[in-house]
Design a protein around this ligand. Sequence first.
Ligand code: NAD
Length: 354
Amino acid sequence: MKEFYKGKRVLVTGHTGFKGAWLCQILLDFGAQLAGYSLKPNTEPNLFTILKLDQKVKHKIADIRDFETLDKFIKTFKPEIIFHLAAQPIVRASYDDPKYTYEANVLGTLNVLESIRLNKVPAGVIITTDKVYKNLEKDIAYKEDDALCGWDPYSNSKSCADLVVYSYQQSFFNPEKYGQEHKTLISSARSGNVIGGGDWAQDRLIPDVMRAFLVDHKTLEIRSPRAVRPWQHVFEPLSGYLLLGQRLHQGEIDKAGAWNFGPFDADMQEVESVVKLLIDDLGVGKYQIKEDHTKHEANLLKLSNKKASTQLHWQPRFSLKEAIRETARWYKTYYAGKDVLKLSKEQIKRFFND
Ligand SMILES: NC(=O)c1ccc[n+]([C@@H]2O[C@H](COP(=O)([O-])OP(=O)(O)OC[C@H]3O[C@@H](n4cnc5c(N)ncnc54)[C@H](O)[C@@H]3O)[C@@H](O)[C@H]2O)c1
């Protein structure tokens, strides 16, 4: 994978965000020619600035809803692979501004796909989420061909985005006509609840824990202790996206379509268990349960990774315990004022080389 990405022209949308910044650092370490397109970082601190990516990535700060600017950037940079991550990704924020959430997530995806079509970009990996599925609140792990229909505006906007990917794939980038009518392959990628160093978003468990335990030194309030999520370290889905991007670029037509990149079954755990593991690793922290179900969020969400493991030979590498240990180590290093850029590069090296 490292050899493949060396010198490749890769565009990451959402490069100023948590997952996008990690993806950029990995691609830089692999020697890719990198470009980014997204809004300014929306938290302070943020991983994009910590990794000094503004100095290392050719990038454009602009809105994904602005087709002309996006298309012009893509025309000029001529990417061979696009990873589309830019989105409004927070469930609770989507209740406050559903219109913006749909515009950024659905229209944004449409804009990226249309520019891929017009500029004949060879490969596109569109990042949606585990929340795209119609959640039956049953103890089943959703598979790629299960019904799409998220409940809240965020989840639903991502279900819509996934359907736009499907239509573009069938209509313009049909794998059966690859090499004759077009030379583009696209996929949508659905990952679980991602954890790792460098996330400071509001209303997400890990950033909420770190703010409460390491910054404000106060008791954390947990609103959905029994909610089960497919937790995974950020490198897990990113390694899946990278593998997919490579295979699509290499013209493997059976890799076009939808892919889940979920954790091991045993790692789909309750919120409260994750908080307890974090307290063990951080060595500090208290919490209290203060249930708040005023804004509906899924209670039980599991993701099957069978297709990725059998057809892409992708497997999770960290157990939940290891993912939490790496995450806690990152924040402890950051808040101790130590060299977190060095640690980030070491974490990448260990995960991708070992
Ligand atoms: N973090 C998770 O647990 C998780 C899980 C599943 C899927 N995802 C998906 O992964 C992607 C990245 O998520 P993240 O956790 O890094 O989120 P994030 O909020 O840290 O980053 C979002 C990125 O999108 C950009 N963006 C938002 N609105 C934009 C707009 N209108 N125009 C241009 N750029 C815009 C932001 O500038 C930022 O770079 C999203 O598509 C999200 O839905 C995240």
